[in-house]
Design a protein around this ligand. Sequence first.
Ligand code: NAD
Length: 296
Amino acid sequence: MAARVIDGNAIAGRVREELAARVRRLRERSGVVPGLAVLLAGDDPASHVYVRNKQRACAQVGIASFRYDLPATVTTAELVDTIHALNGRDDVHGVLVQLPLPPQVGMRQVLESIEVAKDVDGFHLYNVGGLVVGEPVFPPCTPYGVLELLAHEGIGIAGRNVVVVGASNIVGKPLGLMMMHGDATVSICHAKTRDLAQFTRLAEILVVAAGVPGLVTAEMVQTGAVVIDVGINRVPGSSRVVGDVDFDGVRQKASYITPVPGGVGPMTVTMLLKNTVTSAERSCLRSGALKVPRWA
Ligand code: NAD
């Protein structure tokens, strides 16, 4: 039987409706509008598209977005100064630096200059440490989106064999930790893993985030597995994108599968919105602008 295809657009739409309601409630009770500042350095066309999408998504749920376009020649100090100014603003509850940064910029120094309470991307080292001990300030958006997709489909992770293909700092590693905190038994594979298939076949839940089109084929997947494809790979010479999983082959064997596009992608931006709304709510509670956390 063919797998159920998880509709990331539909789930993201539902989460965004809930977020729009939280934003309305916050505005009515405290007069505060959640605000997200997005810093973009240089002319990378893909980054420009991502930032535009983030701003559009903010507008959809009622979050104010503030965009800072900086030249490709920007220095670390200039970026840090801009971030320090945003840290001090009451109308900015999230600060996001679009990656990658130009090569002369010290990425760690820039990310560490974001106030932890406004680090809605979850990349500050304090946040990364919080994730390790199971107390993140803000969960990083892509892994958070994967967990939200599973939760919406009613797929439990406790006690399940989870295999994550990809060990990056933004997807594979944080996702492995979050799965572990959800009591899954986790294996993380990477480019130097020998015989990838021997691991992927163990997975009841298989998450693939390697950036290699068609890496996972049907014979690498156990019957009935849940397969989440995080990969986004542009097909050369076209505007089409494909994932890391051979969708047509694997869907004949899996119980659930995410498509690319329309699976994890829409969830990543949605979780950024969620972190920003949460940040604004926390800020109002801290300042006393809001006394009754009815959404808690
Ligand atoms: P990355 O390049 O930083 O890391 C890739 C990881 O995959 C590394 O750990 C590497 O060792 C591993 N890997 C590479 N080739 C492999 C192979 N043949 N077998 C096993 N492991 C292999 O990439 P990233 O930033 O983590 O992104 C991974 C993919 O996910 C990319 O396609 C990216 O575009 C996509 N992505 C999607 C979203 C989303 O919102 N859907 C968000 C972030 C990244």
